[in-house]
Design a binder for this molecule. Sequence first.
Ligand SMILES: [Ca+2]
Length: 298
Amino acid sequence: MYAWLLASVMVLSLEVQAGTISLAWDDYHAQYIGGQDQHRFFVLSRSDNGGPFSQIKIILDFDQNVSTYDDTTVGDLAANDYCYTLRAGIEVFFARDAVMPVSVVYVDSQEDGSPAIAAFDGSLATFWHTEWIANPPPGYPHELQLDLGSTRTLELIEYYPRADGTPNGTILDYTFYLSDSTASWGSPIASGTFPANVSPKFLTIPQASGRYLRLVAGSEINGNPWASIAELKLFTNVVPAVQFPDHLSEASNIACHVHTPPTTPVFYSQGSIPLPFQADFLTGESQESIRKHLGEGL
Ligand SMILES: [Ca+2]
C-alpha cells in the first residue's frame, strides 16, 4: 500500500486500512473563509481506476475544523486505484430534512415546567432544564435519550441554548451516541466541547444511523450543576448551497491510493512548474502509472 499527495490549497493525505481509505487534510487556508452566517464545507471528489473525478461527498464543517473523512465505499484495495481531491467552499443555506424524535426514553433530571420533551417541541421559548429547585440540585453528568421512531441517518445536530437571555444550563462538554439499542450504545458519533456561549451550536455527523439518540452532557459553560436545551434539531439529507471563493475555485490537491506501488521515488512537473508533491514509495509500480494518475488528477 502506498500514497502520495499534492498540496497547494490544502494538504490532502490518505491512509489505507481494511476496506477503508482514511483521508486527512490541513484546512489552514480554509479557516479564512466563512463568517458568522457562513460556514465552511468541503467537497470531496474521487477518481476510480484512472476515470474522471466525480463528487462523492459534501463534508460539512461549520466551525468544527473537520479535517478527516473515512471513505468506506471503495472496492478491493489490492486491485483498484483511487485518487481524491478536495475543495473548500462556503455554505450559504441548506436543503435538509428534519428528523423528529417521537419520545423521551430516559432523562436523568427535569424540573417541573421544564420537561425533557421541551427540548424537541419546535419552540425556542420552551426548554428542558434539569432540577434546580432541589438543594442541592443534581449535578453533571446529565443525560437525555430520545427515540427517533425508527432507524434514521443523522447528518446534522443543532443545539439551541435557552433564548430567554440567561445562560443557565448551557452545555459545554457533550457526547452523542446513536444506536438501535439502548442497551448497547457503541462509540460516540460526536464528542467535544461547545464554544462557551449561548449561540446555536452545530455538529456534523459522519455516516451514522440508529433509532435512539443519547446525549451525555459533561459540564455547563459557567460550571453550574444544571443542563438545559431549548431545542435539539436533528437533520438528514443535508445539502448546502455551494459558493466557492475565487481563490479556492479550483481544487489543487490530490491524494491517491495505487494498488501496485513503485520501487523508487519519481518526481514530475507540469509544464515548467515543479509540482509540490511528495511521495512515499514502498514497492514497485511503473513511472508511467504514476504519471497517468497524476495527469488525470490535474
Ligand atoms: Ca423547546
